[in-house]
Write a protein that binds this ligand. Structure first.
Ligand code: DGL
Length: 281
């Protein structure tokens, strides 16, 4: 058991580290992040809603047992289908990535023609389309599943001919037609920003749901008086707290070595304090 009072960050695997990174930038250094990557059961994006909800409840229960004060659902697929069930099951605030990403897209677009890319489950759920309609009922939303971007990002093939070809194949026909905003609705896609941007053309703004979510989490915690103060010595770490990020903890359900290797690429820093767990423990 780790010290209570941290923020849970839950993803199906490694990709949620893009959200972790954005949170780390947006939150006070003294805030502790407890990351869970369900690497044994990833991908969630090809699974049925029922299975994703079940996995989501199991993972959130694990984090709940570690005394988290809030939960960030970093995975777009889980955010798309499981947030209502998670909210019913837990008393702590729960923030998914769909609402924040959709809201930023609505602020950014001028043409009101918005693209959303994500896993098959995220696109099928139409969760982004519904969230966008709350702000801009007359927006035209085109969803596109881009499953191959996930293994490309994990392989580190983010800026080569293969990545460019795949991006052109998925997205080339979105050029023209007035589209001016594209939501990167999957944890892995920010790593492919460059090739995705090239495929859709210069005039299209890419919205990173991870960045948008981090800002919402900070505001939500502050409103509820749950945000750790700036500077060290809070959130149960004591006055002798180490440098920023020292209290962070990573849990995975399979192969911590792969998580360490690929994760450090996603984070741009080594993954410290990593533990392999049984989610039911
Ligand atoms: N984390 C997932 C998402 O953002 C991508 C990987 C998966 O399919 O589990 O939708």
């Amino acid at each position: 058991m780790i010290a209570t009072g941290g923020i849970g960050v839950f993803d199906s695997g490694i990709g949620g580290l893009t959200v972790f990174k954005a949170l780390r930038r947006a939150l006070p250094a003294s805030e502790r992040l407890i990351y869970l990557g369900d690497t044994a059961r990833v991908p969630y994006g090809t699974k049925s809603d029922e299975t994703v909800v079940r996995y989501a409840l199991e993972g959130a229960a694990f984090l709940g047992r570690h005394g988290i004060k809030a939960l960030v659902v970093a995975c777009n697929t889980m955010s798309a289908v499981a947030v209502p069930a998670l909210t019913r099951a837990h008393p702590f605030p729960i923030v998914g990535v769909i609402g924040p990403g959709a809201e930023v897209a609505c602020h950014v677009t001028r043409s009101r023609v918005i693209g959303v890319i994500g896993t098959a489950a995220t696109i099928k759920s139409q969760a982004y389309t519904r969230a966008i309609a709350c702000h801009l009922p007359d927006a035209r939303v085109t969803g596109r599943a881009c499953p191959l971007f996930v293994p490309l990002a994990e392989e580190g093939w983010v800026d080569n001919d293969v990545a460019r070809l795949v991006a052109r194949e998925y997205l080339g026909d979105l050029r023209g037609g007035g589209l001016d905003t594209l939501v990167l609705g999957c944890t892995h896609y920010p790593l492919l920003k460059q090739v995705i941007g090239e495929a859709v053309g210069d005039g299209v703004t890419l919205v990173d749901s991870a960045e948008a979510t981090a800002a919402v989490v900070r505001d939500r915690l502050r409103e509820r008086g749950l945000l750790a103060p700036e500077g060290g010595g809070t959130a149960g770490r004591g006055a002798d707290a180490g440098p920023p990020g020292d209290g962070d903890h990573f849990f995975v359900t399979d192969s911590s070595e792969r998580f360490r290797e690929v994760g450090s690429r996603f984070l741009g820093a080594p993954v410290a304090r990593l533990e392999l767990i049984d989610i039911a423990e």
